[in-house]
Design a binder for this molecule. Structure first.
Ligand SMILES: [Zn+2]
Length: 285
């Protein structure tokens, strides 16, 4: 999730303390976007998941790792292109960083640069990962493997989930948020449910799922999110066939999630159907 940034973000930035998720796995919440930062500690090295909104915040997060382990930090995984997960990467210039290959294009996108400017940052403050990949990477932290997997275009083009199979812990990025997912302009209403379907196949029924925002959930929560998300494109299709315009969709639709969370997704679904030439369907009788 990222709502609009404003200039107060720099002064309200703060980080909580590391909370245990499972043995050797931690999370903390960084403000101002209440983003979850993850930490996986193996017998040889540790891995950070996401790095905050600014290089200053990234530096504080890096320093805080020493509060829970003396293992060296080997790198950072970026779960996607939203500022609160990515813009702190410059604090890790001497380490490896891992992210989806589309981040390389996103760094020069007008939306990315405008977002940086609102935070008082410039292009020179942003970084792309040193190691990018298209589908999957596996990292060895000593006594445990970590899987980095891109399941497709969903919340953004660059979504990566971080799976620790031995510990039955999955960091879901913003593919899962608690209580509700948030559609941005880059989200895919049809792609997102498909990725959740694959995510369900990645985890066991007793897995711990760490959302990009909000408290920890279980595997069943993925199923619930999938059920809600899958209805968005279908309800949009029903409205289009009934001749309801996007401007009236909030009132006329039956939505399983708060409108503000899904408005951008419904807008995209309308645009996709319009591009496909799908219009009002007249009653046959
Ligand atoms: Zn987010």
């Amino acid at each position: 999730m990222t709502g609009p940034a404003d200039s107060t973000n720099r002064t309200t930035a703060s980080e909580g303390t590391w909370q245990p998720v499972a043995d050797g796995i931690y999370r903390l919440v960084a403000e101002p976007d209440s983003v979850t930062i993850g930490l996986i500690v193996g017998s040889e090295s540790a891995l950070l998941i996401d790095c905050g909104s600014t290089p200053e915040q990234g530096a504080r997060l890096r320093q805080s790792v020493a509060n829970v382990t003396d293992k060296p930090l080997r790198g950072v995984v970026i779960t996607h292109e939203d500022r609160d997960h990515w813009f702190g990467l410059a604090a890790f210039d001497d380490l490896e960083s891992y992210g989806h290959e589309t981040l390389t294009q996103r760094i020069d996108a007008p939306e990315t640069l405008a977002e940086a400017e609102r935070l008082g940052l410039t292009r020179a403050d942003l970084r792309t990962p040193t190691q990018d990949f298209s589908i999957a990477r596996a990292l060895d932290l000593g006594d445990r493997y970590v899987e980095l997997v891109h399941l497709g275009h969903a919340h953004t083009h660059s979504d990566v989930v971080v799976n620790v199979p031995q510990s039955k812990v999955l960091f879901a990025g913003d593919l899962i948020e608690n209580p509700h997912p948030w559609f941005g302009p880059a989200s895919s209403p049809r792609g997102w449910p498909a990725t959740l379907n694959m995510m369900i196949g990645m985890v066991q029924s007793d897995a711990i799922v760490v959302p990009g925002h909000g408290d920890i959930v279980d595997a069943q929560f993925i199923v619930q999110t999938l059920a809600s998300m899958a209805s968005v494109p279908y309800e949009t299709e029903r409205l289009v066939h009934a001749g309801v315009k996007f401007e009236d969709a909030a009132e006329q639709g039956e939505w399983p999630l708060p409108w503000e969370n899904i408005a951008e997704g419904v807008r995209t679904a309308y645009a996709e159907m319009s591009a496909q030439g799908v219009t009002r369907r007249l009653p046959l009788v």
